[in-house]
Design a protein around this ligand. Structure first.
Ligand code: DAH
Length: 373
């Protein structure tokens, strides 16, 4: 028994000495662990005679229980001590400023901002917004838009084609937003997913179509994915005078200037006849391009009267309906208005760039409240 007493005394001394929970755990393992001193004593019970076991069994088990309790008691005391120490050493400075909320630091990408601005301006003029799929058929991207088979204009588009399907048809990433013109006009006789057809309508049609477009091209002003916005008006008496008015109203509102001069130059697009390119008056004398001032010109968009073949392809009668369309680069509009020099940075996801050029999420652009402030 004195052995047990001596063991008990030495373990209790070790428990009292353990200065933290780690040291205490080491004491526990040395006594009660698999190879611990008390566990070793318990293992000797098997070799004892029944009488001896009767006497020593309860004593050894009793010691085990007492030591376990003593360790637990010390553990609770040490934990409380440690907490006290932490509370005494750590301080919360309640005068520190709060971290700003995500709504204060998050930024809207300039492309999204410009799409919102364009949407606000054209909604105000009575246009609906339409969208179409990024993955298009050759038919909608080219054929329906009056690009003849094998015509070099198809190659000029630097198209990303997919592998041909079982029937030999190649889908593609749309090279412009113009295919959505046909999708919108064709809504009555073509099954397309309802979600693309939210703005589908019988003439009179007035839609703008913002979206992603793709061409195999990359430099300071080109990226393989970029954004366009398309406009389409179809009615019985739509004419170029209206086109010019709509575009000039848009340019004034978008660039937030009192007046702009535009210059229409003859051009060629398979889906319009006549086709024109539009230059906007600008001043390049300083560091930045100023729209609506000066004597210089800057090409800004393509437009024209919708080709009768396109109207026919869309299932409408070109002897009844005519209209005009235009297309322009959203990224380029953003660069011009907000002074970004390199388009590639738009898609780098660099937070510093976004902090600098981005917009506050709750400052929604409206014509009455201001587009960009
Ligand atoms: N789709 C043309 C392009 O990507 C832009 C364009 C020009 C669109 C004239 C039009 C248009 O609707 O009438 O280069």
């Amino acid at each position: 028994m004195s052995d047990l007493n001596a063991l008990s005394t030495s373990i209790r001394a070790a428990i009292a000495e353990a200065g933290d929970e780690t040291a205490l755990e080491a004491v526990r393992i040395a006594a009660l662990g698999k190879k611990g001193s008390i566990s070793a004593l318990l293992a000797t019970l098997g070799q004892m005679s029944p009488d001896e076991r009767k006497e020593k069994g309860p004593a050894i088990n009793g010691l085990k229980t007492e030591i376990a309790a003593a360790i637990e008691e010390r553990r609770v005391a040490l934990a409380a001590e440690a907490l006290e120490k932490r509370l005494a050493s750590e301080k919360v400075d309640v005068t520190l400023p709060l971290r700003p909320a995500p709504t204060a630091t998050g930024r809207v990408h300039p492309v999204s901002q410009v799409i919102d601005e364009i949407t606000a301006i054209f909604s105000d003029m009575g246009f609906a917004i339409a969208e179409g799929p990024d993955i298009e058929t050759d038919y909608y991207n080219f054929t329906a838009l009056n690009f003849p088979e094998g015509h070099p204009a198809r190659e000029m588009h630097d198209t990303f084609f997919f592998q041909p399907d079982a029937d030999g048809n190649r889908k593609l990433l749309r090279t412009h937003t113009s295919p959505v013109q046909v999708r919108v006009m064709k809504q009555t006789n073509e099954k397309v997913p309802a979600k693309w057809m939210s703005a589908a309508q019988e003439p009179p049609i007035r839609v703008v179509i913002p979206g992603r477009t793709y061409r195999n091209d990359s430099d300071q002003t080109h990226t393989p994915m970029f954004h366009q916005v398309e406009g389409l008006v179809i009615d019985k008496g739509s004419h170029i005078g209206q086109l010019r008015w709509v575009l000039e109203e848009f340019l004034k509102a978008f660039f937030e200037v009192e007046s702009v001069k535009t210059r229409f130059r003859p051009s060629f697009f398979p889906f319009t006849e006549p086709s024109m390119e539009v230059d906007v008056q600008c001043d390049r004398s300083g560091n930045e391009v100023k729209i609506g001032e000066g004597n210089d010109w800057l090409e800004i968009l393509g437009c024209g009267m919708v080709h009768p073949n396109v109207i026919t392809n869309a299932g409408l009668d070109p002897d009844v309906y005519q209209g005009f369309a235009w297309g322009m680069g959203i990224d380029r509009l953003a660069m011009l208005k907000y002074g970004m020099p390199d388009l590639r940075a738009f898609f780098d996801a660099d937070k510093r760039w976004l902090d600098h050029y981005g917009f506050r999420p709750f400052d929604l652009p409206t014509l009455f409240g201001g587009l960009s402030n």
